[in-house]
Write a protein that binds this ligand. Structure first.
Ligand code: SAH
Ligand code: SF4
Ligand code: F3S
Length: 482
């Protein structure tokens, strides 16, 4: 990790180094000099805001981007009228893209009254060439545009942009084999942190754009992951969330292959880590070894997010998910018999092009049989370039919307029941912060990922406490310190 002294000792009059991450530290130092001049001239502290619009993977990238901006000298803020605004975009569904265009329209006016403001865009949406074309044509007020493979280059791109007579800076990579380690990162919480274990996805589910915008699957070396977690533990982190689009295939393509379950065993040995979570598990790759490791672990949380997408074997085949309804149910059975107190959550898509009413009923059937603790339900969104985009829809929009409402109703009814099963018990929470709704109260998270709100003082934040779950409120609990 860098220190102020390290940054000050960089010779910024020399040519930039070619190797990473030294090259980026060089550009951070260059940008710092520029920003210091600005500070002196304006007499104010320039502010930067990173808006995260996507999943946990994007959120982790945002922390890295914030780390770089802070090292450059920006004060971080959540106010979007900052001097440097960076939107880290998502494109998994069309409405994510529409939100970005809407926001860019508003920013055009904002920039007219604040011409010094810099606007940058990055993330998954920028990996689509049509999007980049549209921004170049219609949103000329954007300053910097980059993608998912080169987030580590932010300082270099900013430096390029501030050179005289430079317009919009665009740097999009098609893909990469490179994993740049050891750049600064700004953590949202002092006690918990996401850790990338792999990047990209090779599964090509037929509806999904992620493999196209995140590139091929690449696993980090286990030693690098463990070293990062040890450093996090030494700085006070006790909960880690291991991140990847399909963590169950972690390590398979490394020169010395290692299984995800084995990685978990090694993480478990890191003393100060008390809780381990991971996202996301693809059902087709979930091994018995993983179930065994979870069942015997003291630290791996009692929660598994296991996206099913559909309950119909025909639709699952068309989705290229590579499991059937029966496989999914059998897997749930195996998990539950080994880990009875596990909380299961899922993702479901309604209205996939080949979904008929009978197929949808199969989804409802699985939902009723499995009884998920919670389910994220999505209306199918057509993504240009994916195989599903050229399939003919079997149902019209109003039928799909009606199915969606039926599913949501069922899912919520079941979740209310299953979540309340711990009412009256005393369980351990990690206290995550103040309860936003009630002054003087705190919010803690159970191992099974449910939240509990209870009275308590702020000095408990970041600690583990036993809490009585006095009243189930549907998807969370009201409680008291035990
Ligand atoms: N890698 C994860 C999912 C990442 S995307 C996995 O496979 O489980 C998160 C969720 O968005 C998916 O699980 C899916 O339910 C949903 N999703 C992805 N593409 C979608 C699309 N085109 N339309 C609607 N929902 C979609
Ligand atoms: Fe998308 Fe499927 Fe990869 Fe998940 S596993 S990111 S749904 S292609
Ligand atoms: Fe969205 Fe990219 Fe995540 S498309 S869901 S932010 S990987």
């Amino acid at each position: 990790m860098y220190s102020e002294a390290d940054l000050n000792s960089i010779d910024i009059t020399a040519a930039p180094p070619l190797e990473e991450p030294q090259r980026q530290y060089y550009f951070i130092a260059k940008c710092r000099e520029w920003l210091n001049e600005k500070k002196k001239k304006n007499g104010t502290l320039p502010k930067a805001c990173v808006v995260n619009m996507g999943c946990q993977m994007n959120a982790r990238d945002s922390e890295k981007l914030e780390g770089i901006l802070k090292a450059i000298g920006y004060e971080l803020t959540s106010q979007e009228d900052a001097d440097f605004l960076l939107m880290n975009t998502c494109t998994v569904r069309e409405n994510a893209n529409l939100k970005v265009y809407g926001r860019l329209g508003q920013l055009k006016r904002q920039k007219q009254t604040h011409p010094d403001m810099m606007i940058a865009l990055c993330g998954c949406m920028m990996q689509e060439s049509l999007v980049v074309e549209k921004i170049c044509e219609s949103y000329r007020h954007v300053d910097i545009l980059f993608g998912t493979h080169n987030v580590f280059k932010l300082a270099e791109l900013l430096y390029k942009r501030i050179q005289p007579n430079t317009g919009m800076v665009i740097d999009i990579w098609e893909g990469t084999d490179e994993i740049v380690e050891d750049l600064p990162s700004e953590r949202k919480y002092s006690f918990k942190c996401g850790v990338n274990i792999m990047f990209g996805c090779n599964n090509f589910c037929s509806y999904c754009i992620v493999p196209y915008v995140r590139g091929r699957e690449r696993s980090r070396q286990p030693e690098d992951i463990l070293a990062e977690i040890r450093a996090l533990a030494a700085s006070g982190v006790t909960e880690v969330m291991l991140l990847g689009q399909n963590v169950n295939s972690y390590g398979k393509t490394l020169p010395e292959p290692i299984s995800f379950a084995e990685l978990l065993r090694r993480v478990e040995k890191i003393e100060k880590i008390r809780r381990i979570r991971f996202m996301t598990s693809h059902p087709k790759d979930l091994s018995n070894e993983l179930i065994e490791v979870m069942a015997s672990s003291e630290k791996i949380c009692r929660h598994l997010h296991l996206p099913m997408q559909s309950g119909s074997s025909k639709v699952l085949k068309d989705m290229n998910r590579r499991y059937t309804k029966e496989d999914y149910l059998a897997l749930v059975e195996r998990i539950r018999s080994a880990i009875p107190d596990i909380s299961l959550t899922t993702d479901i898509i309604v209205g996939f092009p080949t979904e008929t009413e009978e197929d949808f009923e199969e989804t409802m059937d699985v939902v009723r049989r499995v009884r998920f603790d919670s389910a994220f339900t999505f209306l199918y969104s057509r993504r240009t370039g994916t195989p599903a985009a050229s399939m003919q829809p079997a149902a019209d929009e109003s039928q799909v919307k009606e199915r969606f409402d039926r599913l949501l109703c069922e899912v919520q009814k079941i979740a209310r029941d299953t979540c309340s099963r711990y009412e009256g018990q005393v369980m351990e929470v990690l206290v995550e912060g103040p309860d936003e709704q009630a002054p003087g109260a705190l919010t803690g998270r159970l191992s099974n990922n449910l939240l509990v709100h209870f009275p308590g003082s702020a000095d408990l934040i970041g600690t583990y406490r036993m809490v009585r779950l006095s009243e189930a409120k549907g998807f969370y609990y009201m409680g008291e310190l035990a």
